[in-house]
Design a protein around this ligand. Structure first.
Ligand SMILES: Nc1nc2c(ncn2[C@@H]2O[C@H](COP(=O)(O)OP(=O)(O)OP(=O)(O)O)[C@@H](O)[C@H]2O)c(=O)[nH]1
Length: 315
């Protein structure tokens, strides 16, 4: 991926546009779903459990602005901002604001049903002080009453004067096209930052770990301990065109092991199968996936694992 970044900028010549859009919001607002919808394919994992997104991830969308100029919109999907208590939480908050620094626009994504005001309002207060262009995106319109949406939009706009307001459903795609066209119109003239066919900045190794983490969330739901992580161990392209991926499921406590393994290992097998299927589709090649569980108390204090997961180590 890295080497191909070199042929991107000049090769496109003039007349191209490119900019960065940060996507912020309370946990579970639908930020990752929106980034996937704008990109047009899955680059970020999503789940009904709050705080699924951990590190900052770039999704890269292509569009044409009204003048027909090819435009690259680099979307920084950020962890939901919330009151940081533990070190992992603080690292996530940092990653979120780093994504917003010097962006050409900041999208604030709001879930009108579960607004999570205690997390949303401090975010709006900070946004109101920042110089970047801010756009309010009221999401999940498919599941909400129209009148309530308008009242909410007015209320939030009164707190932090937004430049534009959009009503969308990231899930169904309703309104996403209009939002994308508008973002394209805001992108400044300049060379593309990424090659045309690149949809995200995550390495395939990390994406593979994220896909397994999504399966853990989906299959274990409330049973899944928050302090679990996937450590990518090996990612080897085999001569026959398939790829061998080895990952460790890191758990904070011994007592969590039977939950992840399931009866006779049935659960981890199902997680591995679902993850492997999804990965084969995403990567377009046959995948051999090997998962194993490791108990590591206080893994959230493990500096090396932070680096692997793309998070900065903060004191
Ligand atoms: N009904 C409905 N559900 C949505 C919509 N967008 C997202 N969701 C659901 O909301 C949940 C959270 O979505 P995510 O995209 O993971 O949210 P996030 O803001 O990235 O979450 P964090 O990782 O916690 O920051 C998932 O179950 C999504 O399927 C929408 O437009 N309509």
């Amino acid at each position: 991926m890295d080497e191909s970044a070199n042929d991107a900028p000049e090769a496109m010549g003039t007349g191209t546009r490119c900019g960065v859009v940060a996507v912020l919001g309370a946990p579970n607002a639908g930020k990752s779903t929106l980034v996937n919808s704008l990109v047009g394919q899955k680059v970020a994992i999503t789940s009904p459990k709050a705080q699924t997104t951990r590190a900052r991830l770039l999704g890269i969308a292509l569009a044409e602005n009204a003048a027909g100029e090819p435009t690259q919109i680099v979307l920084a999907d950020t962890p939901g901002i919330f009151a940081p208590r533990r070190r992992l939480d603080r690292a996530m908050v940092n990653a979120a604001w780093e994504g917003a620094d010097e962006a050409d626009a900041i999208l604030l994504v709001v879930d009108p049903i579960k607004q999570r005001r205690h997390e949303l309002m401090p975010l709006i207060e900070t946004l109101a002080q920042r110089p970047e262009r801010r756009i309010l995106v009221i999401n999940k319109v498919d599941a909400s009453k129209k009148e309530a949406l308008l009242v909410l939009a007015q209320d939030l706009d009164a707190q932090a004067k937004f430049d534009e307001i959009f009503f969308v459903s990231a899930l169904t795609g309703d309104g996403v096209g209009e939002l994308k066209a508008h973002l394209a119109s805001l992108m400044p003239e300049g060379p593309w930052l990424y090659p045309e066919d690149q949809v995200s900045d995550a390495s395939q190794r990390l994406l593979a770990a994220e896909i397994t983490r999504e399966q853990l969330y989906l299959q274990l739901r409330e049973e899944l301990p928050y302090d679990s992580a996937i450590r990518p161990e090996a990612y080897v392209e085999r001569p026959d065109g398939s790829v061998e991926i080895r990952q460790q499921i890191v758990l904070g406590r011994d007592s969590q092991k039977p939950i992840v393994l399931g009866k006779g290992g049935a659960r981890i097998k199902a997680i591995g199968e679902a993850s492997r299927e999804e990965l084969s589709k995403l990567l377009g090649q046959k995948v051999h996936l090997f998962l194993h569980v490791k108990v590591q108390e206080n893994w959230a204090e493990d500096k090396e694992l932070y680096e692997v997961l793309g998070l900065d180590w903060v004191k």
